[in-house]
Design a protein around this ligand. Structure first.
Ligand SMILES: [Zn+2]
Ligand SMILES: [Zn+2]
Length: 940
């Protein structure tokens, strides 16, 4: 069997469809992973990397004394499978294969993924020949050629990829840990540092500093308006910007009619057709369509997988000689751009344009198949059209412009105006994404005199440099050698998700800035692009087999150790600096109670809340949902009423949850519970808010005397308010306990939220555990909970609730545990069952059990079961055995359940006894009937 390993499932399927054309292709699914087979060939797709490198066990504990952040630099790494199902399927297939072809993407990353697959294959099959197919587009021509001309895996290229992985892990993990620990940050709050990420962030921070430091300068621009053939024409003063106002005003005042044409310069300008797309120029062009870099790449990869465009990760801007341009044009005639293709064919330039970068791995991005809007959807079609039109433009002739420059003089002051006319549209005919604006001028001749309609002097200011847009940043990263064509857009997305940068154009957040400045000050190798450039150069040397992976990693280790020498020396300073400077980003504004500073506080264990800087003198605080629902951050909005910054909960991969003004939110979310206080009136509610009492708990904690003074209400009202608040608080506590109970047990599913379940239960009067413990399964079912789950939840509710009740009645926790695990959940069981039963099933002594039974029965105000002597028991037992059909075994069960003789049998509730003994209810009714008959006879 010939096994073909592709980078992704979709490419495995496309390869099977193309190579197996005309044959029957069968899809098999094995543990959720698909394979496609035709004839003797099986294709399988990976999910990119199916293994990852990680440190050896022991390094996971951040606070370990032994494994310090620095120790990560020299830590040994291991490969761990991340996609276990794919790994095991791949190995299963490899055992049976007699040829394996690696057909992953054709670049460093793809070669490394291929090498990982190779190693997994070798683990289970030492002998099978493994070869490599390389192609830049998933099209028939490319695939057939690639599979007919397979080569060896390029281990040097893969080693470069591996070195990058190791170095990235080493830098990222050790520095992230060091900085986070120094700043005492953990959990979702860690400060990440990375080899490419940090210098990139530094560029954004530097730009922001330039903008802040920028002092605008005033300048003046002088222009005039004249008229020819009824058309208004503007001419600018040839001096350009005037930096001296008096000078500009002088020039303005000297400008007099007539305006004389002194020279007319006519010329032509060639407007070169654009060069082919590499990744960066593609991302820049896609940004003009409104697509972010990450989005543009995602769509392009999709188009590649489906055979519509070539591999989108490329640095090449020169079409290779082998590229079948005529063939591609022929294919594209079947696309909706037939007309443009035919125009290009008719007007084709002799040689396609070429850019500055020539590499041999992939051709520039170009279309490979015909697609329609219906097939692709709007966004993907826009990207496809862009790639297709760019391809046509590179084959189209240059455009030709007629240019015109007119020079004037008026009162000795020189002015000029320029015009341009598109003589030959050339490539603009097929590529509308680049503007070609014509400025048409009337005909002028030297010596001609014209009127001056208006002279205008504009005062302007110099502008600071612009912030980076995503595409500008990617261009700049490329110039500096930061990252690769495959990773640049991912690095930017990471900086955004780590809350280091925001907005478009991009600007740093306070944390982003503080971390960068701290690193710059104490270990600038981490933030300067030089280090990363050096490593990129080393990668290149590995690819060319001029250096070994180990050698490069060793050098990187040395660089990192040197950085740590500086960092460790300054740990305290760095930590304090980051902590002090970032504290500000959590400040929200003035505390309504005392005027202190309210700030978001994050504690360990996901707790977060808003507290006052004057704590403990001021205990004002506002609770927030746990951090797993979103990490609380401040936003720039400010509440008109309370002058506090808004709060937002952000969670990776979820839409942010806007809390808004925390005080408005606090008041709103307490309104309902306050209104549950029976003595609460609207006037009183307004009164307490005005005096900064927001919650039931605050009222319940208050001293009535204080309320009398603060709220100016009578003593009796204050006492009542505090007592009422106390009982409402208790009720709220029980409700929240019930909610928590359900939340811990029910997993949210589609169409079933906690809120929905709570509402449904509330409608049935169930808001507390007590209600839940007594509820019927039907009540839960109507809330959308399945049979088995409902039964289990109810059983647990009984255990928890009655457990609390029994504890309250004085049963010690240790004994309680024994009762509950023996199945005695309700207090009633204590009064209904014989203590002997409880004793036998729990293994506790009879004396102890009797003591407990007495406590429970007293609390329930029920009579305790009578103590029965051994002799009496024996007598009762004999009496029971006289009943026909009632044997030794049943008698034993009945006695343990408190039915000790004929009399107690007659008094018992058959349903309860059945439940306690396991004897069917009907049988017990039968025993009762037989015994009654017998007694009647005797009495007769
Ligand atoms: Zn306060
Ligand atoms: Zn507010």
């Amino acid at each position: 069997m010939h096994l073909i390993v592709a980078e992704k499932n979709i490419s495995a399927r496309r390869i099977a469809e193309i190579l197996g054309e005309g044959k029957k292709i069968t899809e098999h699914r094995d543990a959720g992973v698909s394979t496609y087979s035709f004839g003797d060939v099986v294709t399988v797709g990976l999910r990119g990397h199916v293994v990852e490198i990680d440190f050896e066990p022991g390094y996971q504990n951040w606070r370990s004394e032994e494994y310090t952040p620095r120790s990560l630099i020299d830590a040994k790494t291991i490969k761990v499978p991340t996609e276990k199902k794919i790994v095991s399927l791949l190995q299963k297939l490899a055992r049976k294969a007699d040829r394996v072809t690696i057909a992953t993407d054709f670049d460093t990353e793809g070669e490394l993924i291929g090498k990982e697959a190779f190693e997994l294959v070798r683990d289970v099959n030492k002998k099978v020949p493994v070869d490599r197919a390389r192609f830049s587009a998933i099209t028939k021509g490319e695939l057939v050629h690639a599979f007919a001309n397979t080569t060896e895996l390029d281990f040097a290229l893969a080693a470069a990829g591996e070195a990058r992985q190791s170095i990235d892990l080493m830098w990222g993990a050790s520095l992230t840990r060091f900085i986070s620990l120094a700043a005492r940050r953990g959990g979702q709050n860690i400060l990440s540092v990375g080899r490419v990420q940090s210098p990139t962030l530094c560029m954004i921070v530097d730009r922001e500093k330039e903008i802040e430091a920028f002092v605008p300068e005033k300048y003046w621009q002088l222009a005039l308006e004249t008229e020819k053939a009824g058309e208004r024409i503007e001419a600018r003063h040839t001096h350009g910007r005037f930096h001296d106002k008096a000078e500009a005003e002088g020039a303005r005042d000297r400008t007099r009619e007539p305006l004389v044409v002194t020279d007319v310069k006519e010329g032509t300008k060639q407007d070169r057709a654009p060069s082919p797309f590499d990744t960066t120029t593609f991302i820049v062009a896609a940004a003009r369509l409104g697509l972010s870099a990450a989005n543009a790449m995602r769509i392009a990869e999709d188009l590649y997988m489906n055979g519509f465009i070539s591999y989108p990760r490329t640095d090449n801007t020169v079409y290779p000689a082998s590229l079948d341009i005529a063939g591609i044009l022929k294919t594209l005639r079947n696309s909706p751009f037939k007309k443009d293709v035919e125009w290009t064919l008719a007007n084709r330039r002799p040689v396609p344009t070429r850019g500055k970068k020539l590499t041999t791995d992939h051709p520039p991005i170009h279309p490979t198949g015909a697609a329609t809007r219906e097939q692709l959807g709007d966004d993907a079609f826009r990207v496809y059209e862009l790639v297709l039109r760019r391809f046509l433009a590179t084959l189209a002739p240059d455009a030709m412009w007629n240019t015109l420059k007119i020079l004037f003089v008026a009162g000795g002051e020189e002015y000029t105006t320029t015009g341009g006319q598109l003589l030959e549209p050339g490539w603009h005919a097929v590529y509308p994404f680049s503007e070609a604006k014509e400025v048409l001028l009337p005909v002028f001749s030297a010596g001609e005199k014209l009127p001056v309609k208006m002279v205008s002097l504009d005062e302007k200011e110099t502008q600071p440099p612009a912030r980076y847009t995503q595409s500008k940043l990617i261009q700049r990263m490329e110039e500096l050698g930061l990252g690769t064509k495959s990773t640049r857009h991912e690095v930017i997305a990471k900086l955004v998700s780590r809350k280091y940068i925001e907005g478009n154009p991009l600007r740093p957040t306070l944390v982003g800035r503080v971390v960068t400045e701290s690193l710059e000050q104490h270990a600038d190798t981490v933030t300067r692009p030089d280090m990363t450039q050096k490593i990129e150069a080393h990668m290149q040397q590995i690819k060319e087999s001029r250096r070994t992976r180990e050698d490069v990693i060793r050098e990187s280790r040395e660089m990192l150790h040197a950085a740590f020498d500086q960092l460790e020396k300054n740990e305290q300073v760095i930590g304090d600096d980051i902590r002090n400077r970032t504290a500000e980003e959590m400040n929200l504004g003035k505390c309504p109670v005392c005027g202190g500073m309210l700030a978001i506080k994050h504690l360990r264990g996901n707790t977060q809340f808003i507290g006052c800087s004057h704590y403990p003198d001021c205990s004002f605080n506002i609770g927030l949902p746990m951090a797993q629902w979103g990490f609380a951050v401040r936003t720039d909005d400010i509440c008109d009423k309370h002058h506090l910054n808004f709060v937002r909960l952000v969670r990776k991969g979820a839409r942010p949850w806007d809390i808004g003004c925390p005080l408005c939110h606090h008041i709103d979310s307490n309104r309902e519970s306050l209104s549950e206080i029976p003595s609460m009136t609207p006037a009183l509610a307004g009164n307490i808010l005005a005096h900064h009492i927001y919650t039931v708990a605050e009222l319940a904690r208050s001293m009535p005397e204080d309320l009398v003074k603060r709220l100016m209400i009578p003593q009796a009202d204050a006492v009542r308010l505090v007592t009422d608040a106390g009982s409402v608080l208790e009720k709220l506590r029980r409700r929240s306990e019930c909610r928590k109970f359900l939340r811990e047990r029910l997993i949210p599913r589609k169409g079933r939220s906690y809120a929905k379940i709570m509402d449904c239960l509330k409608a049935q009067g169930i808001t507390e555990l007590a209600g839940l413990a007594r509820a019927e399964p039907a009540a839960l079912k109507s809330a959308g909970i399945g049979d088995a789950e409902a039964d289990q939840v109810l059983a647990e509710a009984k255990t928890v609730y009655y457990g609390q009740v029994l504890r309250g009645m004085g049963i010690p926790a240790v004994s309680l545990k024994k009762y509950l695990s023996a199945g005695f959940t309700t207090p009633d069981a204590f009064c209904e069952l014989a203590p002997e039963t409880l004793s036998e099933r729990t293994g506790m002594s009879l004396g102890t059990v009797q003591k407990h039974v007495a406590m429970v029965c007293k609390a329930l105000d029920k009579p305790a079961p009578k103590k029965v002597s051994k002799l009496q028991t024996e007598k009762g037992r004999k009496e029971l055995l006289t009943i026909k059909g009632l044997g030794e075994q049943a008698a034993g069960k009945l006695i343990l359940a408190g039915v000790t003789d004929g009399k107690s049998l007659m008094a018992a509730d058959p349903e309860i006894v059945a439940g306690n003994t396991g004897i069917p209810e009907q049988k017990i009714r039968d025993y009762q009937a037989i015994f009654k008959k017998k007694k009647d006879i005797i009495q007769l």
